[in-house]
Design a binder for this molecule. Sequence first.
Ligand code: FAD
Length: 526
Amino acid sequence: MRDRSHPIQPWDQHNQRLVAQVRPSDWKNPTPAPRYNLVVIGAGTAGLVTAVGAAGLGAKVALIEEHLMGGDCLNVGCVPSKAIIRAARAAAAVRDAGEFGLNLLPLARPSASLSSSDGERDGVRGGLQVDFGAVMERMRRLRADISPHDSARRLTELGVDVFLGAGRFTGPDTIEVAGQTLRFAKAVIATGARAAAPPIPGLDQVSYLTNETIFSLTELPRQFGIIGAGPIGCEMAQSFARFGSEVYLVEATHGVLPREDQDAAGIVKTAMERDGVRLLCCGKHLKLAKDPDGIRMQAESHGKGYNLVVDQLLVAVGRAPNVEGLGLEAVGVEFDQKGVTVDDRLQTTNPRIYACGDVCSPYQFTHAADFMARIVIQNALFKGRAKASSLIIPWATYTSPEIAHVGLYEKDAKVQGIEVDTFTLEMSQVDRAILDGETEGFVRVHARKGTDKILGATVVAGHAGDLIGELTLAMKGRLGLKTIGATIHPYPTQAEAIRKTGDLYNRTRLTPFVKKLMARWLAWNR
Ligand SMILES: Cc1cc2nc3c(=O)[nH]c(=O)nc-3n(C[C@H](O)[C@H](O)[C@H](O)COP(=O)(O)OP(=O)(O)OC[C@H]3O[C@@H](n4cnc5c(N)ncnc54)[C@H](O)[C@@H]3O)c2cc1C
């Protein structure tokens, strides 16, 4: 069942600023145009990019949002999570300052200004006192600073008719919102996805956090249970451990980030455990129950039983597409538990209706939603033939170190019967990584066997999310490892690791025969 209330309350000046942008209380929906080229339901990244792009090309566009403009990414996803991660990295940098010869002065006992309840509330780790309230306030401030970009007012200035309310198909070319009927030539479903409640015994008996509520925390959990070691679970587990929470991360499979290259995920797992995350992986028989002190978690991990009480619990497994209440049945748009069914052109089973973003994609990322929206504009408005399968979509998880990937994994290549040569360059071979103290990690590139054609790559490094862009560009531009090896990178940078994978490839071209020829040539020319 979908909770249709919006997740952010304007209880401080930053949230007031945010809500004034993304759901202004005095907003009056415009009088609908007689007919729109495009009506878009959902104003997250997918809907915003579709609406702004189409209006910029001269289309008459309406955009409908039932909660907050900006969707998950701005309000309860990428933006707040990355602000928290940045603060956690600062905490880790202070904690580890000794490695750089910087010694922290011993922390004075909490002063009179810090009451005992504050002392209990805030994390204190190795001479570092974390003011969690201030961390969250910074996040809210930055989120509000970013929000004008997605605001109802800006979209209106860009020529989009913005309607606040829940959109629902009512006929073959009509959508109803807040008592008004909008007529469309084409429509786009961009309603995103939400956290799903997994079938864990006792979950329905306890109160728990999801991505919709975690960013409204004002007190640091002392004992924090997190279910699911995917990207969201890992990013939050490491961050909260760095702030001083005792974090128990429960994962049903082995290790963390089960989708990723397992050597890469293993490096992230070690780093998270060093930060204090207690990983209960291969977790079995997870049971939850109410406890006078919070939430009781019982689980088995590697043959050992755990019986813990945590004061907060984050559920970070599973997403459900927002398909309910849209009247999809009435307009012949098929969907299942994975989302709206679309073909490679992002057309639904109703040829007048398209979909993009999390509601129809296994790639649930902001940049994927953005590029799917561009495909929808071409195909819906201009009878284009753009295909979602032609997108090369990288992704990153912003733990420390980060892990980023594009294209095929080695296991995918095996399943598809594609033979690959794999080139792995350890970050410990890169001067800048040594100087930065970030030697854990690698760049791993899979090339079609016997060629320099890049089929996939994984990077584990301090800023892997930034490094993966170069390999994505290479794949998109059909530039091989030879070109990467011949591209001058400034010294010293961590990006040199990528250039060096080109060197690894070039070395394979030095066959014994070529070496022999070269040796002869050089001998003659002495
Ligand atoms: C904690 C977290 C961290 C993340 N971090 C990253 C990251 O670092 N990088 C990254 O690329 N991705 C990240 N993501 C994923 C990213 O947020 C999503 O992929 C992205 O928001 C998808 O955009 P969307 O437009 O498809 O959907 P959404 O952002 O979910 O937007 C859909 C919108 O539709 C509205 N809506 C739904 N039904 C209706 C209706 N009937 N009528 C009107 N409006 C409706 C919703 O209210 C919502 O505003 C993260 C997600 C989470 C949860």
